[in-house]
Design a protein around this ligand. Structure first.
Ligand code: NIG
Ligand code: FE
Length: 412
C-alpha cells in the first residue's frame, strides 16, 4: 500500500537506524520531527522529513494537520488466546482472597486450562480473534502470544495452532511462545518432573517439526516452577531452536533472573519483586527486562521498580500481559499511562519502552518499533493533540484516530 502523510504536527520516534535496544539515560530521548511528511511504499516506510522536503507525487495523501504519527505499540507479552473469562475470581479477590489462595482452590491457571481443554480449536480462534482485533484498534502493531492454558499435549498444540492461524489472517506481526510450564496440571500433582519430561519429550519435538513457536517460557515462581526447572526447560527449548523468555519475580525473588541471564534469555518479564542482586545480574547483558504495570494494577501488587532499574543503566520494555487471570486488558495506551503515573517513567521513557524496547523483546527490531526507512508502516495516527505528553496523560482513554498496518488503514 502506498500513502503519503502530509503536515504531520510531530512525527515521533524517528531513528535513522535502530539496531539495538535503549537503556538507562538513552531511554529519556525521544527523537521527533515537527511539521513532517511520511511516505509509505508497498507497506514499508520509504521516506520522511520536514514538510519543506515533501515530494510531489501523485499517490493517496492523508492530511495530518494538528495530528501526530508514531510507530504502533509493540506488546511483547500476552496470553490473548484463552477460553472464557474469570470474573468470579475477580470478585473473590475483592472479597479478600489472594491470587495464591484462589489458585489453591482450583481457580487460576488450572481453571482457564479446564475451560480451554473443553473448547474447540475453531471456537478458541473465534474468541481470540475478537481480542486481537480489539488490540489492533488500540494501536498494537506487533504482539507476542503465549500458550500455557492447555497443559496437555493436545490443548497446548491447539493454542499454538490458533496463534498460527491468527498470524496467517492478520496484518500485525505475531510471535508465538510455548509456555507449557505455566502451572502443574492436577494429573501430575505429585509428579512435576514427569510433567516437565512430557513437555520436553512429547511436545517440543512436534513444535519444532511444525514450526509452531519462536520462544519458550516458564513461570519461575514459588509454588509453580523452580530455578532448576527453569534451567531444564530453557535448555530443552534451546535444543529445539526456541529462544527463552521467562515469567519471573512476580510474587517472590528466588534467583530466576540469574538463571535466565545464564541461559541468554531474550527477556525476563514481571519483575514486581526486585532485589539489588537481580538488578546487578541484568547489567551489560542482552536480556530485556519487561514490566507489566496493568498486572500490578489489577492484582494490587507492587509495580516493577522502573526508576531504580533505569537509573542503574538497565533497559526496560512495557507490555500488557493480556490474560484472563491477572490482566484482562490488552490496552497498551493504559500501560504507557500507568508506567508514567505509577512507575514514574517519563513519557519519553514509556514510549521508548513500548515501541523500540518491546520490538527488541520479540526479536522484531528490524521490522517495527520506530519510524525508520525499511521498517513496516505499522503506525498510529493520533487525534489533534498539543504534545505527545497528552498520550500518557489521557489515561483510561486514548488519542488514536486511525491505525495502519503495512500502510493499510485498519477500519473497525
Ligand atoms: O503473567 N503469572 C503467570 N501467568 C499469568 C497469569 C496467569 C493467570 O492467572 O491466568 C501472568 O500474570
Ligand atoms: Fe504473563
Amino acid at each position: 500500500m502506498n500513502v503519503l502523510f502530509k503536515n504531520i504536527k510531530e512525527l515521533i520516534q524517528v531513528r535513522e537506524s535502530s539496531v539495538n535496544f535503549l537503556s538507562g539515560k538513552e531511554m529519556s530521548i525521544l527523537p521527533t520531527i515537527k511539521n513532517a511528511f511520511l511516505l509509505v511504499k508497498d507497506g514499508i516506510i520509504s521516506d520522511y522529513g520536514i514538510m519543506g522536503k515533501c515530494p510531489e507525487i501523485d499517490i493517496k495523501t492523508i492530511d495530518a494537520t494538528g495530528k501526530m504519527i508514531l510507530p504502533s505499540w509493540c506488546d511483547s507479552h500476552t496470553h490473548l488466546v484463552y477460553a472464557g473469562n474469570r470474573e468470579d475470581e475477580f470478585v473473590d479477590r475483592i472479597n479478600g482472597l489472594s491470587y495464591a489462595e484462589i489458585a489453591k482452590n482450583g481457580g487460576g491457571i488450572l481453571n482457564s486450562a479446564k475451560k480451554l481443554q473443553q473448547t474447540s480449536e475453531e471456537d478458541l480462534y473465534n474468541q481470540s480473534k475478537i481480542r486481537l482485533e480489539e488490540i489492533i484498534q488500540l494501536g498494537t502493531g506487533a504482539v507476542e502470544i503465549k500458550s500455557g492454558y492447555g497443559l496437555t499435549k493436545d490443548a497446548e498444540l491447539k493454542m499454538l495452532r490458533v496463534i498460527e492461524k491468527l498470524k496467517e489472517n492478520y496484518f500485525l506481526e505475531i510471535k508465538a511462545t510455548f509456555l507449557g510450564a505455566h502451572a502443574l496440571p492436577s494429573e501430575y500433582k505429585n509428579n512435576k518432573s514427569g510433567y516437565l519430561q512430557m513437555l520436553i519429550d512429547d511436545i517440543l519435538p512436534t513444535i519444532e517439526k511444525e514450526n509452531l513457536a519462536d520462544f519458550i517460557d516458564i513461570f519461575c515462581e514459588t509454588g509453580y516452577f523452580s530455578v532448576d526447572d527453569t534451567q531444564q526447560i530453557l535448555k530443552a527449548g534451546k535444543k529445539h531452536g526456541l529462544v527463552g523468555k521467562i515469567h519471573v519475580n512476580q510474587f517472590t525473588a528466588i534467583g530466576g533472573i540469574k538463571a535466565g541471564v545464564d541461559n541468554n534469555v531474550l527477556s525476563v518479564d514481571h519483575l514486581e519483586e526486585m532485589r539489588t542482586e537481580d538488578i546487578e545480574v541484568l547489567k551489560n547483558t542482552k536480556t530485556m527486562p519487561v514490566a507489566l504495570p496493568s498486572c500490578s494494577y489489577f492484582l494490587s501488587i507492587p509495580y516493577t521498580p522502573a526508576r531504580k532499574m533505569i537509573e542503574a543503566g538497565l533497559p526496560l520494555a512495557l507490555a500488557t500481559d493480556y490474560n484472563p487471570g491477572s490482566t484482562p486488558s490488552g490496552n497498551m495506551n493504559f500501560v504507557v499511562s500507568t508506567a508514567c503515573i505509577k512507575m514514574k517513567m517519563t513519557p519519553e521513557e514509556a514510549i521508548n519502552a513500548a515501541t523500540i524496547n518491546g520490538a527488541y523483546a520479540m526479536n522484531l527490531l528490524e521490522k517495527v518499533g520506530s519510524i525508520t526507512k525499511g521498517k513496516l508502516a505499522n503506525l498510529i495516527l493520533t487525534k489533534e493533540i498539543n504534545s505527545y505528553n497528552f498520550i500518557p496523560y489521557s489515561f483510561g482513554n486514548h488519542c488514536i484516530e486511525k491505525v495502519f498496518l503495512k500502510g493499510i488503514e485498519i477500519k473497525k
